[in-house]
Design a protein around this ligand. Structure first.
Ligand code: CMC
Length: 434
C-alpha cells in the first residue's frame, strides 16, 4: 500500500484524477493506472512498453544505468564465479540457492528426466535436414505437450513443477538431437553421471565411435553461457511466455512461444547475427574495413546495425558482456587460439565503437551476444545453433516467470488495448460498385 499519489490533469477541462504510486524494493516507482479507463474512459499509449511495468516480479533486477544484473538479489558476477547453472536454476525457480541436500535432490530430479520419449526422434525426422535449429526447437518444445500430457495443467502447481524439471532436463537433449540430425549423425543418449553442461557437450560432440573427452575449461565456459542467459527480467520472449500462459495454455506451449520470439535478431538471434557480421567484415578485409562498416551503421539511410551492441535497458556496459569477454580469453587460451582473427576483429570493433560519438551519445555498449558467439564458435558449436543454446539456458527463466505469474493473485489474462486509427463503420457495397 502507498499514501503517495500522482495526479493527472487535462487541458480540456476534464476533472483531474489521482493514482497510487507504488514502490518496489529497488528501482523506479510505478504509477498504478489500473483504474484509469474506469475513471476517464481513456487508455495509455506505450508502443514497445517503453514506460510500462506489466507485472510485479521478485526474480531478476536490472539497473541499466549502473550496468547491474541481479538474480534474486545476487549479482550476476557473484553467481557466475561461485555457482553452476543448476544452482542458478534452483535459485530462479524456488527463490534460494540450494543447500547441499536440496542440491543433491535437484540434481537427481533433473538427471532422471534428461531422456526424451523415443518417439521424439521420429517427429524430428519430419524436418528437413537443413531446417534452422530454432524452427526445429519451436516445433520440438511445442510437441512436448503431446508427449507429456500428464504435466500440462498450468493451474496445478505439482504438474507445473514436473513440466519445469522436464523442460530444464530435456532442453539439452533436444538441442543436441537437433544438431545431430542436421549433420546426419546418430543421436547420443544423455549420460546421467555427467554434470549438466558436460552432458550437453557430450551429446553434441561424442559419436558412437568416439566418446567426448570432457574439457573442464570448455565445460565451464558453456556453463557460464547458460548462467548468463538464464533470465533477464521482462524482455520480449519472457513477456511472450507470460502473455501466452496468461490464457491458461500449457507450460510447454508457452515456452515454445518464448523460443519462437527469442529467434528474432533484435533479441536472442543477435548472437548468430553478430558472428555473421564479424565474418562479413573479415571477408571484406577485416580490421582495415572497420571504419567503412561503422560509417554504414551510422548512416540513417542504411538498415545495418552493429549487432551485439545496444540494449533497451542497459545504457552502460552489459555486465554479462564483461563476463563473456573474460570467458572468451580463457577459451581461446585453452584452445591455443590467442590470435584468433575474429576475436581480434571483435575487440578492435568494440574499441572503435566505444570511442565514436554516435555510440557514446546513444549509450550503446556491447551486450552479452557480442562475445558469446566467439566463445561458442571456438567450442565447436555451429553458428545456427547459438540461439537454440540461448533458448536452452533461458528456459528456466521463462518457467520461473510463468510460475510467478500464475501464483500472483493479481494475475489476469494479458489483453493490451489500442489507439484505433482505421476506417470508421461503413457498409459492404455490391462487387460492381466497389
Ligand atoms: N547499431 C547501431 N545503432 C543502434 C544500435 C546498433 N546495434 N542499437 C541502437 N541503435 C541506435 C538506433 O538507431 C537509435 O538511433 P536514433 O536515436 O538516431 O534513431 C538509437 O540507437 C536507439 O535505438 P532503438 O532501436 O530505439 O533502441 P531499442 O531500445 O528499441 O533497441 C536493441 C534495443 C537491442 C533492439 C537495439 O540496440 C539493437 O537492435 N541492437 C542490435 C541487436 C542486438 O544486439 N540485440 C541483442 C540484445 S541483448 C540479448 C537479449 O537480451 O536479447
Amino acid at each position: 500500500m502507498t499514501d503517495r499519489t500522482a495526479t493527472l490533469s487535462f487541458s480540456d477541462g476534464s476533472p483531474s484524477v489521482s493514482f497510487p504510486v507504488l514502490s518496489g524494493t529497488i528501482g523506479p516507482d510505478v504509477i498504478d493506472i489500473r483504474s484509469l479507463y474506469g475513471k476517464t474512459g481513456k487508455f495509455t499509449y506505450d508502443p514497445g512498453f517503453m514506460s510500462t511495468a506489466a507485472c510485479r516480479s521478485a526474480i531478476t533486477y536490472i539497473d541499466g544505468d549502473k550496468g547491474e544484473l541481479l538474480y534474486r538479489g545476487y549479482a550476476i558476477e557473484d553467481l557466475a564465479r561461485h555457482c553452476d547453472f543448476l544452482d542458478v536454476c534452483h535459485l530462479l525457480l524456488y527463490g534460494e540457492l540450494p543447500d547441499a541436500a536440496q542440491r543433491a535432490d535437484f540434481d537427481q530430479r533433473v538427471t532422471r528426466h534428461t531422456m526424451v520419449n523415443e518417439q521424439m526422434q521420429f517427429f524430428l525426422r519430419g524436418f528437413r535436414r537443413d531446417a534452422h535449429p530454432m524452427a526445429v526447437m519451436t516445433g520440438l518444445v511445442g510437441a512436448m505437450s503431446a508427449f507429456y500430457p500428464d504435466s500440462i495443467n498450468l493451474h496445478d502447481a505439482h504438474q507445473r513443477d514436473i513440466s519445469a524439471i522436464r523442460l530444464i532436463a530435456k532442453m539439452p537433449t533436444l538441442v543436441a538431437m537437433a544438431y545431430k540430425y542436421s549433420v546426419g549423425q546418430p543421436y547420443m543418449y544423455p549420460r546421467n553421471e555427467l554434470a549438466y553442461a558436460a552432458n550437453f557437450m557430450r551429446m553434441m560432440f561424442a559419436t558412437p565411435c568416439e566418446d567426448y573427452k570432457v574439457n573442464d575449461v570448455l565445460v565451464r565456459a558453456m556453463d557460464r553461457i547458460f548462467i548468463l542467459h538464464a533470465d533477464h527480467e521482462q524482455n520480449a520472449s519472457t513477456s511472450t511466455v507470460r502473455l501466452c500462459a496468461s490464457s491458461g495454455t500449457n507450460p510447454f506451449a508457452a515456452i515454445a512461444a518464448g523460443v519462437a520470439c527469442l529467434w528474432g535478431p533484435a533479441h536472442g538471434g543477435a548472437n548468430e547475427a553478430c558472428l555473421n557480421m564479424l565474418y562479413d567484415i573479415q571477408a571484406q578485409g577485416g580490421v582495415a574495413r572497420i571504419g567503412e562498416f561503422i560509417e554504414k551503421v551510422k548512416d540513417k539511410n542504411s538498415t545495418v546495425r552493429l549487432m551485439g551492441f545496444g540494449h533497451r535497458v542497459y545504457k552502460n556496459y552489459d555486465p554479462r558482456a564483461k563476463l563473456m569477454r573474460e570467458t572468451c580469453h580463457e577459451v581461446l587460451s585453452e584452445l591455443g587460439l590467442h590470435d584468433d582473427p575474429l576475436f581480434k576483429l571483435a575487440m578492435a570493433l568494440e574499441k572503435i565503437a566505444l570511442e565514436d560519438d554516435y555510440f557514446v551519445s546513444r549509450k550503446l555498449y556491447p551486450n552479452v551476444d557480442y562475445y558469446s558467439g566467439i566463445v561458442q564458435k571456438a567450442i565447436g558449436i555451429p553458428v545456427p545453433l547459438f540461439t537454440a543454446i540461448f533458448a536452452l539456458a533461458r528456459t528456466v527463466g521463462w518457467i520461473a516467470q510463468l510460475n510467478e505469474m500464475i501464483a500472483d493473485p493479481e494475475y489476469k489474462i494479458g489483453r493490451p488495448r489500442q489507439l484505433f486509427v482505421g476506417a470508421t463503420p461503413r457498409t459492404v457495397k455490391p462487387i460492381a460498385q466497389r
